[in-house]
Write a protein that binds this ligand. Structure first.
Ligand SMILES: [Fe+2]
Length: 286
């Protein structure tokens, strides 16, 4: 496990939400290996165990890979042996009802040894890399399950970033990839980069997951978002075989979420429209 080994100076591969999706996790690991990206430079923003059917195999894959990972709300709930996933869904909402099933399924299968491993993951991570001061969070530093989307106020992201020593935030949780640049209190540029998730599509009508690459250039860093193509049909079959024949299983191939309860109006309007976040250039911290 490399949670305490900081990334080296080569490119970073950032990803969220493996969500117990073994096929997607395997595919991303193979891609990282093919690209020659070291395990400690592959950074997972949490929610290793969630909607899909293979929590144990997915955890084993992540551990064997040795990528850098922080806890998501799903890991916090597993460690606390909570009664639900802690996603922050409203009681009685469709997301709430859907989450009860998968969380019970996962919590019943995760072993005591796996819970111990999950418990030692950090909740946040900060490091310097190629002139960037980077902070890794799940939802936001103030709250693991805070939903911050592209359409969420820039001031919310600025306040969260200003609560850390960093000028680049790498975030997850919301499940939809985006990058945003804004002015900080001190006049410098701040960056909020959400990699999206690999284990569930981005509600854009395609089955693909998403990951983020940070590549050092001469004096700046290029951030670019990429689709993860993998065998979503195989993962769907494994869910159905395990009795998880539900909206999340259908979403794996339709690319459409079973509920949009958590989405702001702007993201709801994007449902079914194939995404392509534009690349961003990141300036070093001054
Ligand atoms: Fe989450």
């Amino acid at each position: 496990m490399s949670a305490h080994r900081l990334p080296g100076s080569g490119p970073l591969m950032v990803f969220g939400g493996p969500y117990s999706n073994l096929e997607a996790t395997r595919a991303l690991r193979a891609l990282a290996t093919a690209k020659g990206i070291a395990p400690e430079n592959c950074i997972c923003t949490g929610d290793l165990v969630a909607y899909c059917a293979r929590p144990n195999d997915t955890l084993a894959q992540i551990r064997e890979w040795g990528c850098t990972a922080i806890m998501g709300n799903c890991e916090e709930s597993l460690v606390a042996q909570a009664i639900d996933c802690g996603c922050g869904f409203e009681a009685g909402s469709a997301c709430d009802a859907l989450s009860i099933d998968w969380y019970r399924f996962a919590s019943a299968r995760v072993t005591a040894e796996e819970r111990e491993w999950v418990a030692q993951l950090p909740r946040q991570l900060g490091f310097q890399w190629n002139g960037l001061d980077i902070h890794v969070t799940h939802g936001a530093p103030s709250k693991t399950n805070r939903f911050l989307f592209a359409s969420s106020k820039a001031s919310s992201k600025r306040e969260e970033l200003d609560s850390t020593p960093a000028h680049v935030m790498l975030a997850g949780h919301c499940g939809i990839p985006f990058g945003e640049t804004f002015d900080r209190e001190n006049g410098d540029q701040g960056y909020w980069l959400n990699s999206g998730a690999i284990g569930m599509p981005a509600n854009d009508g395609t089955a693909d997951g998403w990951y983020l690459l940070l590549e050092p250039l001469a004096e700046r860093v290029r951030a670019s978002w990429h689709r993860l193509h993998y065998d979503a049909h195989s993962e769907q079959r494994s869910m159905i075989a395990e009795g998880l024949d539900n909206g999340y299983a259908r979403a794996l191939t339709s690319g459409l979420w079973p509920s949009m309860d958590v989405l702001p109006a702007a993201e709801r309007e994007q449902r079914g429209i194939a995404l392509q976040p534009p690349a961003l250039m990141i300036e070093p911290n001054h």
